[in-house]
Write a protein that binds this ligand. Structure first.
Ligand code: SAM
Length: 241
C-alpha cells in the first residue's frame, strides 16, 4: 500500500472494519485518484466568506470568547480573531493543526484534540461555540450518539452556537455509519432533521435566531446555517443573552 497520512489510515481502517477489504480498497483507489484529498475551504465552499461575515455580524459587540470546533487550518478562527475576539480552534488532525499554527494571528490559538463525548467535562463557558461542517464528521467517525452528546454538552457551556449542517448523506456515511434520518440532498427534510436534533439536544431554552441555506458546492448545493442562542429567563421573562 502507498504511504498514507494518519487521517487516511484512520478512515481506511474504519471502512475495512465496517465494509470489508474490497470496499475499502475501492475507496482508497478513489481517494488516491482525486486531485487532492485535502479540502480548500475558501474556494470549494461558495459561501465560506459570507458565512464567516454572518457569524462576525451576529456576535455581541464586545470581545467574545469563542471555541471553533473542527477548525481545520484555522481560517475562521483567525478571521474572527482579526475582528477583535479571542478564538480557540480545536482540530483533531495533526496536519491541519500544524498548518493553522504556522499562521499566527493576535487573539487566535489552536488546540490539537478530538472533540468527543468527554471533551466538555470541566470545560469553561464560551460566548459562542462554532460547529461548522463538523457535526456530520463526528457522526461519520463516532456515530450519531456521540454527535448528539457533543451538541448537548455545547448547550451547557455556550451562550451562542453557530451550526453549519450538511444535507449530503455521504458526509455522514463515508466511514461506515448508517444514513442520517433525512432524505439525501433534500433541504427541507434535512432542515427538519437538524431542527429536531437542536430541540432534542439543547432543549427549550435555546432558540433559532437565524437560519439560511447557503450555496455550497456542485455535489452539495446548499449547507444549512443556524444561529442558535440560549435565552436567559428571569421571572419567566426572556432576556436577550
Ligand atoms: C469539513 S471541515 C470544516 C472546517 C471548518 N469548521 C469550516 O467549516 O470551515 C471539518 C474539520 O473538523 C475536523 N474534525 C472532525 N472531527 C473532529 C473532532 N471530533 N474533533 C476535532 N476536530 C474534528 C476535521 O479534521 C476537519 O478539519
Amino acid at each position: 500500500m502507498p504511504m498514507l497520512s494518519e487521517r487516511m489510515m484512520e478512515a481506511y481502517r474504519r471502512i475495512e472494519r465496517a465494509m470489508g477489504f474490497g470496499r475499502s480498497r475501492q475507496w482508497l483507489q478513489r481517494r488516491l485518484a482525486a486531485p487532492t484529498a485535502k479540502l480548500d475551504f475558501s474556494t470549494e465552499h461558495r459561501s465560506f466568506l459570507l458565512r464567516n461575515k454572518m457569524i462576525r455580524d451576529a456576535l455581541p459587540e464586545r470581545r467574545c470568547w469563542i471555541l471553533d470546533v473542527g477548525s481545520n487550518t484555522g481560517e475562521t478562527t483567525r478571521f474572527l480573531a482579526a475582528s477583535g475576539h479571542m478564538v480557540i480552534g480545536v482540530e483533531k488532525f495533526q496536519e491541519e493543526y500544524s498548518e493553522a499554527v504556522r499562521k499566527p494571528q493576535l487573539g487566535a490559538g489552536f488546540l490539537l484534540a478530538e472533540v468527543g463525548s468527554g471533551f466538555f467535562e470541566q470545560a469553561p463557558s464560551w460566548d459562542a461555540i462554532l460547529l461548522l461542517s463538523v457535526l456530520h464528521r463526528i457522526y461519520a467517525s463516532e456515530g450519531e450518539s456521540v454527535m448528539r452528546k457533543v451538541l448537548e454538552d455545547c448547550g451547557k457551556v455556550a451562550q451562542n452556537i453557530f451550526l453549519e449542517g450538511s444535507i449530503r448523506h455521504s458526509r455522514y456515511m463515508d466511514l461506515g455509519h448508517e444514513a442520517p434520518g433525512f432524505e439525501d440532498l433534500q433541504e427541507a427534510s434535512s432542515f427538519a432533521w437538524h431542527k429536531q436534533l437542536v430541540d432534542d439536544c439543547l432543549g427549550e431554552d435555546w432558540k433559532i435566531i437565524d437560519y439560511k441555506s447557503l450555496p455550497c458546492t456542485e455535489n452539495e448545493p446548499v449547507r444549512l446555517y443556524f444561529h442558535l442562542r440560549k435565552e436567559v429567563r428571569v421571572n419567566g421573562e426572556e432576556l436577550v443573552g
